[in-house]
Ligand binder design. Structure first.
Ligand code: HEC
Ligand code: HEC
Length: 492
């Protein structure tokens, strides 16, 4: 028995060497006691040291990231978190449902509401290909994952139901946010008390400083870090998101947050597997997402249709949609650099943490179509967003019984919300993939682009009304224009 146990890593190492070349030393995975007859879906982890030393090529790292994103994790991989919540805290076991019934181990293992709710990242992010957006059926009950005991309820009083976003173009988006953050923090450093308007890449952020501290900030947190991920703008990097999602959705723990953290420790979730995701694994999954193709405009073939699309783009501009959905921004670098230096605690952010910079040129490397080059080593990001949070709710909008964009009841503790629900503060949605990522809206409960436009209120009221007053031909052209903005799936 003992001997067989030792053989497994040996066999796996053989497999791995043929996959990666013999220079690479990776960490093989072994099933927990009792499951030795089975095997993990992803049989090995990669070590960050092999990324640092150059033993692994860009393609090998990216392919490993894809295999982690597509894997339907099983218990040998370390899926499940019987002793912890999706927020990464210890649970009170045994748990009880809100109806007072004991939650059995089986229920905690997988639960659509409080999660673990799925086997693979690509179970939700699949449209039009892995890494993309999701159907309404793939919605996440955000905040339910932190509840202990878990909840069986999908009521909006217990969680915010959110639709799955796509990650195509997320490398350039993360880099834009980093440049904006650096800009804002540099401007802020020179300011005394009072109300100021900071401007980065043409986007204005009003801040109030008192006693040397930012006490109010419009569309951004007081730390002035542009957080481009999560529809409410809460997450700084692909790495932070992946660490969260791995734990939340799959019960897969990143060692940078758990095993290596003295306040948590080895096998913190009590599922019998240690080092479920190495620092190298998290680098790989972040790199794979960052290298996904960039969404582009796919023009119709017929001349007349192309003319309609061009007219639609003009209407989009004329009615003021571009004040938030900024058509393009200039990125001063063409390189994606992992990790993000603004990462919060629990996410590797520097060489000191064990993940020195790994970078690649987004205009030359990764899935095609790639990021567009701009003059003098810059790049152009046509994402149709300002990466700022806005309030689309007003009395007229909120009076609608379904409330569409104004339907969330739970706040997420952001200082700019003053205790108001999250629905009043969403990042301007990127529109560069809107043509093939239906349904629409943060909850994914809107089936047409026209409705999504008409449900804008609040800060977008004037622009929405200007659209509503346009002749139907103009409205049609605008919608036709938006439908040309697409993710181009990779050829098989
Ligand atoms: C059960 C469905 C589901 C699974 C599984 C899932 N996601 Fe997501 N993902 C979502 C939803 C929903 C959002 C939007 C969340 C929000 O805005 O509140 C999202 C957003 C994201 C974002 C931010 C995109 C953006 O532009 O803001 C990233 C990055 C991401 N997911 C990565 C992952 C990774 C990596 C995995 C696997 C470890 C994963 N997701 C698993 C549903 C899922
Ligand atoms: C004040 C800023 C602002 C203006 C102006 C604005 N939008 Fe938006 N838009 C947003 C925000 C924020 C969202 C995300 C809403 C949500 O899901 O809660 C959004 C979402 C959308 C969506 C849904 C996309 C998806 O994939 O779900 C579409 C389509 C859209 N906007 C089109 C337009 C058009 C067309 C105009 C002009 C008539 C416009 N917007 C004007 C901020 C704005």
């Amino acid at each position: 028995m003992e001997q067989q146990y030792k053989l497994i890593p040996y066999i796996l190492f053989g497999l791995l060497s043929s996959h990666f070349g013999s220079a690479v030393v990776a960490a093989p995975k072994i099933c927990p006691p009792g499951l030795e007859a089975d095997s993990p879906t992803v049989p090995f982890s990669i070590e960050q040291a092999d990324i640092n030393s150059g033993a692994l090529s860009f393609q090998q790292i990216s392919n490993h990231g894809k295999s982690l994103f597509d894997a339907r994790f099983n218990r040998c991989d370390g899926s499940g978190r019987p002793e912890t919540t999706g927020g990464g805290d210890k649970r009170d076991i045994p748990s009880f449902s809100e109806e007072g019934e004991p939650i059995t181990a089986a229920q905690v293992e997988k639960l659509r509401t409080s999660a673990p709710d799925s086997d693979a990242c690509s179970g939700c992010h699949a449209q039009p290909e892995s890494g993309g957006a999701g159907d309404f059926v793939a919605n996440v009950f955000v905040l339910a994952q932190t509840l202990d005991p878990v909840t069986l309820s999908v009521s909006p009083t217990r969680s915010n139901s959110r639709n799955t976003l796509g990650m195509h173009g997320s490398g350039p988006i993360e880099m834009l946010a980093r440049e904006m953050t650096a800009d804002l923090q540099a401007q802020r450093a020179g300011l005394g008390d009072g109300v100021h308007t900071l401007t980065t890449k043409g986007v204005k952020f009003k801040v109030k400083i008192a006693n040397g501290q930012v006490v109010e900030s419009e569309g951004i947190d007081h730390d002035l870090i542009v957080k481009p991920f999560h529809q409410a703008g809460k997450v700084i990097s692909l790495r932070e998101f992946s660490n969260n999602a791995m734990n939340h959705h799959h019960g897969m723990q990143a060692e940078e947050r758990f095993d290596l953290n003295p306040s948590k420790g080895m096998d913190f979730d009590g599922d019998g597997v240690e080092r479920e995701l190495t620092i190298g694994d998290e680098t790989a999954i972040s790199i794979w997402q960052a290298q996904l193709s960039t969404p582009v405009q796919v023009m119709p073939e017929k001349h007349e249709e192309r003319e309609v699309v061009k007219h639609g783009e003009k209407v989009f501009n004329d009615v003021g949609c571009t004040s938030c959905h900024v058509p393009s921004m200039v990125l001063n670098t063409r390189h994606f650099v992992e990790p993000n230096p603004y990462n919060p605690a629990g996410n590797c952010k520097s060489a000191e943490d064990g993940c020195p910079n790994f970078s690649f040129d987004m205009t030359k490397t990764g899935d095609k179509p790639r990021l567009e080059k701009g003059p003098k080593n810059t790049a152009i990001v046509r994402a149709y967003t300002d990466l700022k949070r806005h309030n689309l709710c007003d009395d007229a909008n909120s009076a609608n019984p379904i409330r569409w964009f104004c339907n969330e009841q739970l706040a997420q503790g952001r200082p700019d919300q003053n205790g108001k629900p999250g629905s009043e503060f969403f990042l301007t949605r990127k529109l560069w993939d809107v043509g093939n990522t239906a349904p629409y809206g943060h909850r994914g409960d809107i089936s047409t682009i026209t409705e999504a436009i008409l449900y804008h209120g609040g800060e977008a009221r004037a622009s929405r009304d200007a659209f509503a007053e346009k002749p139907v031909e103009d409205q049609k052209a605008l919608v036709a224009f938006l439908k040309t903005l697409q993710i181009v799936p990779q050829k098989k």
